[in-house]
Design a protein around this ligand. Structure first.
Ligand code: SF4
Ligand code: SF4
Length: 129
């Protein structure tokens, strides 16, 4: 039976060192959500990726994602795929030491349903970061 990790909104993944890479499609969607042109969105909310090969979300002075507001994601409805898919569709060895998502054993059907919900809405729960 597959294991689904249910996010507990601890926001650790929005605060730890790293980068959220953005595709052109994600930039267009985020810019539209913020009511900005893509140019203005890029200027205000992104930076170059470390390899200088693309764009990533910018950070706040303390290193948290630029869109983290308290315990919430300010762009939840359109957050990038990298955010949507962690930790169920990608993660890294030992992620459980920091991520508080609760592992739940679910049926194959339920697992598929939850993954589909993540892809569509960004979360298996309505208001996750
Ligand atoms: S876009 Fe939202 S979910 Fe993604 S890192 Fe930033 S605050 Fe967290
Ligand atoms: S995915 Fe994990 S680290 Fe990120 S907010 Fe949810 S429980 Fe926390």
């Amino acid at each position: 039976m597959p294991i689904f990790y249910e996010c507990q909104r601890c926001t650790a993944c929005c605060r730890w060192p790293g980068q959220v890479r953005l595709t052109d499609e994600e930039i267009a969607r985020l810019a539209a959500f913020k009511g900005l042109s893509e140019h203005d969105f890029i200027q205000r909310f992104t930076r170059l990726t470390w390899d200088r090969g693309g764009l990533a979300l910018g950070e706040q002075p303390d290193g948290a994602c630029i869109f983290l507001e308290g315990e919430n994601c300010a762009v939840q409805a359109v957050k990038p795929r990298q955010c949507r898919e962690f930790p169920n569709l990608w993660n890294f060895p030992g992620f459980e030491k920091t991520c508080r998502a609760l592992p739940q054993t679910v049926s194959e059907e339920e697992f598929a349903r939850r993954l589909e919900q993540i892809k569509r809405t960004g979360s298996a729960r309505a208001n996750n970061p």
